[in-house]
Design a protein around this ligand. Structure first.
Ligand code: GTP
Ligand code: MG
Length: 361
C-alpha cells in the first residue's frame, strides 16, 4: 500500500498521530524529502544560504492506517537564525511530541552522499544532533544519505561504508543502534524510510533533550545547550585571536603612517568586535525565552486541538494557506507562513511556529 494523504477524520475518533523529525545541515534535502512524501509546499533552497529558518510541521498523511506528520527543522549554522534560537525551536517542538498531541516515532538525520568530506558545519550539526538524541534513543534514528541520483553508485557505496565505519563520521551512532538508509529522490526510497521508522514506532524511548526538559533541566544546561555554549565560546575565542592580530597590525600601520591600511584594519576590527558581541549575547540568552516559547506553543496547541479536522488534499493541486482568515496578518507574514499549506490543527501548528522566527530576530 502506498503512502496517501489523510482522509477526513471526525473529532473524537482520530487515530494516534506519529511525528518524525527531520534534521541535518542546510542543503541536505530535508524540505525536498518532506515535500516528496507529503505533497507539502515547503520552500526549497537553491542558494548557498539556508532556506528553512524555522520549524514546520508538514501536512498529515496516512501510512497503513497510521497518521503521520513530518517535522522540518533548520540546520545549525543557519545563515538567518542564531543557533540558540534554532535549538529552542527544535527543543520546544520535540517537547510537544511528548505531550498529548502526538508521539515521536523517529528522527531522520540527513547527509549528502555527494559530499566528499564532512566540513566544520556538518560536524557541528552532527555534534548537536548527538546531544539532542543521546545514546539510548538511537534505535529511533535513521541517518539518511541523500542525492544518490547525483552520484556514481560505486563511489556512493564506498563513501557510505566510510561514513558507517569511521569514528569521525557516523560509526559512533551506528554501533549504538542508529540505522542508515539511502534516498535517491524517489517516492520508493522515501516510502521505505518512513515505513522503516514506523515499524519501530512502538519504541517508547525519549530523546535525551526530551528527557532533560521533562525533568525540568534548563535548556542552557541540557547536553545540547552545553554543546552549543562550548561551540559559541570556541568561536568567540577564535574571533578574539583574530582581533588581537588585527589590532597589532593597526598599531604597525599607525607607526608607519599608513592611513589607508589603518582604515581598512579599523573596519575589520569593528566587524570582529560585532561578531564577538553577537556570540556573547547568544550565549548569555541561551537560557532565556524557552519557557515562554514552549508555553505559547502548548497553549496554542491546546486551543487548537479540538475538533481535529484533517482535510484531504491532492498533491497535484496543493491547497493554499486557508487558515489566513483565522490567523493574524503578522503571523502569516513572510515566506515561511505563506508557503505553508494549512490543514486544521496541524496547519495551525505549522503557522504557530512561524512567529518564533519572526519575533526572535
Ligand atoms: N539531485 C537531488 N537534489 C536534491 C535532493 N534533495 C534536495 N535536493 C536539492 O538540494 C537543494 C537543497 O534542498 P532543500 O530541500 O532546500 O534542503 P534543506 O535541507 O531543506 O535546506 P535548509 O532548508 O537550508 O536547511 C535544492 O536545490 C533541492 O532541489 C536529492 O535527493 N537529489
Ligand atoms: Mg529546508
Amino acid at each position: 500500500m502506498s503512502i496517501s494523504s489523510s482522509e477526513r477524520t471526525i473529532a473524537g475518533d482520530e487515530p494516534e498521530t506519529y511525528a518524525i523529525a527531520v534534521m541535518g545541515p542546510t542543503g541536505t534535502g530535508k524540505s525536498t524529502f518532506i515535500n516528496l512524501v507529503t505533497g507539502s509546499g515547503l520552500v526549497i533552497g537553491n542558494e548557498l544560504e539556508s532556506c528553512t529558518d524555522s520549524v514546520h510541521f508538514s501536512s498529515p498523511f496516512t501510512v497503513d492506517g497510521k497518521q503521520v506528520i513530518l517535522m522540518d527543522t533548520p540546520g545549525f549554522d543557519d545563515t538567518k537564525t542564531t543557533d540558540s534560537d534554532i535549538l529552542k525551536m527544535i527543543a520546544a517542538s520535540l517537547s510537544l511530541c511528548q505531550g498529548n498531541h502526538f508521539k515521536l516515532a523517529g528522527v531522520i538525520y540527513m547527509h549528502r552522499i555527494v559530499d566528499n568530506r564532512m566540513g566544520g558545519i556538518s560536524s557541528r550539526n552532527f555534534r548537536m544532533f548527538r546531544q539532542l538524541c543521546g545514546d539510548s534513543s538511537l534505535s529511533k534514528v535513521v541517518i539518511v544519505t541523500t542525492m544518490w541520483d547525483q552520484i556514481d553508485e560505486a563511489l556512493g557505496e564506498a563513501r557510505e561504508i566510510e561514513l558507517m565505519t569511521k569514528q569521525i563520521f557516523f560509526e559512533p551512532v551506528v554501533t549504538r543502534g542508529a540505522r542508515m538508509a539511502r534516498h535517491d529522490n524517489t517516492h520508493t526510497s522515501a516510502d521505505s524510510i518512513i515505513r522503516s521508522i514506523l515499524s519501530r514506532s512502538h519504541n517508547e524511548r525519549a530523546l535525551q533533550i526530551q528527557e532533560e526538559l521533562d525533568a525540568g533541566v534548563d535548556i542552557g544546561t541540557t547536553k545540547a545547550g552545553q554543546e552549543l555554549n562550548q561551540d559559541l565560546k570556541e568561536r568567540s575565542s577564535h574571533y578574539k585571536e583574530e582581533l588581537q592580530a588585527v589590532m597589532d597590525e593597526m598599531q604597525a600601520a599607525i607607526r608607519l603612517r599608513d592611513e589607508e591600511s589603518r582604515k581598512e584594519l579599523l573596519q575589520e576590527k569593528e566587524r570582529l568586535e560585532r561578531m564577538i558581541r553577537r556570540l556573547e549575547q547568544e550565549s548569555a540568552s541561551l537560557s532565556s525565552g524557552y519557557a515562554e516559547i514552549l508555553a505559547r506553543l502548548e497553549a496554542r496547541a491546546q486551543s487548537s486541538a479540538r475538533p481535529l479536522t484533517l482535510q484531504p488534499y491532492s498533491s497535484s493541486a496543493p491547497p493554499v494557506a486557508a487558515a489566513a482568515e483565522t490567523e493574524s496578518n503578522a503571523v502569516l507574514e513572510g515566506k515561511i507562513a505563506a508557503a505553508f499549506p494549512v490543514f486544521g490543527f496541524w496547519g495551525r501548528l505549522a503557522v504557530m511556529l512561524a512567529p518564533f522566527s519572526l519575533s526572535w530576530k
